[in-house]
Design a protein around this ligand. Sequence first.
Ligand code: GSH
Length: 214
Amino acid sequence: MQLYTFFRSSTSFRLRIALAYKGMSYEARYTSLPKMEHAKPDYLSVNPQGLVPALIDDSGKVFTQSMAMIEYLDDLKPAPALMPKHPEEKWYVRAVAQIIGCEMHPLNNVRVLKYLKTAYALDDNKINKEWYPHWIHEGMRGLESLIASQGRAGTYCLGNQFTMADVCLVPQIYNAKRFNCDMTPYPAAMKIFEACAQLDCVKTTEPATQSDAI
Ligand SMILES: N[C@@H](CCC(=O)N[C@@H](CS)C(=O)NCC(=O)O)C(=O)O
């Protein structure tokens, strides 16, 4: 299997965590976003969307969209599981993951930040200190409330089971910290983040450990 990944990409980080958790090996195909390698014809022939990550299996089939890929990997290799079986728990895990994947990450994606600069002349200060934290806090408020109101959290988002919810939470918080967002208003999410940070599947896949880290 080959994984197209960029060390700082939080969606690539999701895949690295999931693959490591499941003990699935892969060859990393480093794809630099600053060098625009994701927009070059070679990569567009893999993922015409021009976004990382992408996964190619040994038969040459291509898989894209990180959350769909994580559920696919879970079907392919069910143990250790990243999705619960109970319908309500499955809903909850997807709800946490989708707050991050649908409502936080897309608003702070590289191409969005670039567009704010080129089309609306927003300066780096406004983008990094206003726009970026604004959407982190909007999302984190909802996430923290969901975790608290559902009462399902334990060591991880869902009791003691490490799931796709945690796989999405960890990279998002890494990024928020990199942009110096104040995370103290989110103690439940941060407690889970700290617990996840102790896991080998996170320690061995975090951005700084990657061969393409700059
Ligand atoms: N919904 C996609 C999003 C993928 C995505 O946006 N990846 C980012 C890196 S984290 C990217 O390739 N950005 C390039 C760009 O914005 O130009 C997924 O979950 O896989």
